[in-house]
Ligand binder design. Structure first.
Ligand SMILES: Cc1cc2nc3c(=O)[nH]c(=O)nc-3n(C[C@H](O)[C@H](O)[C@H](O)COP(=O)(O)OP(=O)(O)OC[C@H]3O[C@@H](n4cnc5c(N)ncnc54)[C@H](O)[C@@H]3O)c2cc1C
Length: 361
């Protein structure tokens, strides 16, 4: 069985590694190297890190994250506390470089080439393969022509990496504020000696200026101190996923198929989920999507409500929950996280706050 994988971003790399167990894989990448240009913050669940750690070294893991504050930028809000190893911040460039090394060691053939045509029958630029996986990222040009692409809502995100001092290593703050992140949220990820401050916004906003503004808030609150050493970002997709990710012998994956958690835009977990569940018989590739696509679809309206809520709803919600600390164990499935919160001892307060904030808007 010969399989072509188009695109050596995260999803193409993990797909190649898993598929190499059942097929001869050729991985096409338009750039000569992987991991560039960098765009992603690299926050994943402990479970995703555990799965990846069988392919890459521990150096890829920049630090554990066990506490997530959700609220207003001035520090009014609720803290979600996870167990040990709840989440991790990864060095994304290094992750992709090491994944490529693993893929090559597994016998994957890496070809530097811009693929310009894929057909449903498995032709990749006139060469016939038994199957093709398109992992071309959010531009999804090949996938669109094949009718397998997603049509997700998109926001534009930017990260500022600050080297110096972070007040609470292991804690991330997520801020809902229309003046910093219109249509999404801002974030501060704190590690030992370093932090990443980022924000995202719908089209038309100056996301660089917004990210600088978020950094000023983080500095004013004493969360972050140091020098901006790196700036990177790109398109964040917030669902829905493609309902037809496969056409005959070709499937799209990763951002091309809209495999992103709609609430956060996180793409690493859903891509890994699909890749690691490719059945031993490649003919059944399509089955791998049957669990994750409906889940991402169900999460999409929750994301729309959260990202689109007016500022007064955020203020009401987080003021009502200010100072609360809630325990959670689920990071990858946000509907489950919500269910965990609703079952918590403070469920009544949470529901009351949600109702007050969102009804009537
Ligand atoms: C600011 C920001 C922060 C984010 N933070 C997180 C996070 O914390 N956690 C998380 O899980 N996700 C996060 N994401 C989302 C995550 O980065 C993406 O979902 C993920 O990187 C998508 O991977 P991919 O392989 O599908 O696409 P890409 O990484 O875009 O890779 C596509 C590859 O295909 C190649 N390619 C494209 N077309 C062709 C062609 N025709 N021929 C050959 N090669 C081609 C490209 O060169 C590229 O290398 C973030 C995204 C952004 C923008």
């Amino acid at each position: 069985m010969r399989v072509a994988v188009v695109g050596a971003g995260f999803s193409g790399l993990v797909s190649s590694i898993y598929l190499s167990r059942v097929a001869n894989v050729t991985l096409f990448e338009e750039h000569g190297e992987v991991g560039v240009p960098e765009h992603c913050t690299g926050v994943v669940s402990g479970a995703v890190w555990e799965a990846l750690s069988s392919f890459v070294s521990s150096e890829v893991n920049e630090g554990a994250l066990e506490e997530f504050f959700l609220g207003l930028p001035e520090g009014v809000g609720v803290t979600l506390k996870g167990p040990k190893g709840f989440a991790a911040k990864l060095d994304r460039r290094r992750l992709e470089e090491e994944l490529l090394e693993t893929a090559l060691a597994e016998g994957v053939k890496f070809v530097k080439k811009l693929v310009i045509r894929v057909t449903p029958k498995g032709y990749v630029d006139n060469e016939k393969y038994d199957r093709a996986v398109i992992a071309e990222g959010w531009r999804a040009e090949l996938s669109e022509r094949l009718g397998v692409a997603a049509k997700p809502r998109r926001v534009y995100g930017l990260n500022l990496e600050v080297v110096g001092r972070a007040a609470y290593p292991g804690r991330a703050e997520v801020w809902f504020d229309k003046s910093l992140a219109p249509g999404f949220f801002s974030w501060v990820v704190m590690l030992d000696g370093k932090a990443v401050v980022g924000t995202a916004a719908t089209k038309g906003y100056d996301v660089r200026a917004l990210a600088r503004k978020a950094l000023e808030v983080a500095e004013r609150r004493g969360l972050v101190e140091g020098e901006v050493k790196k700036e990177y970002g790109g398109v964040i997709q917030t669902g829905p996923p493609s309902l037809t990710p496969c056409a005959s012998k070709v499937c799209a994956t990763g951002d091309a198929a809209g495999l992103n958690k709609p609430v956060t835009g996180g793409g690493l977990y859903p891509s890994l989920y699909v890749a690691s569940r490719y059945p031993s018989n490649v003919d059944n590739l399509v089955k791998a999507y049957r669990v994750i696509v409906p889940r991402l679809l169900a999460e999409t309206p929750v994301a729309r409500a959260l990202h689109g809520a007016p500022q007064r709803a955020y203020v009401k919600l987080f003021t009502a929950l200010d100072g609360e600390v809630l325990r959670v164990t689920e990071y990858d499935n946000h509907l489950k996280t919500l269910a965990e919160l609703v079952q918590s001892k403070k469920a009544f307060k949470l529901l009351k706050a949600l109702l007050k904030a969102f009804y009537p808007l």
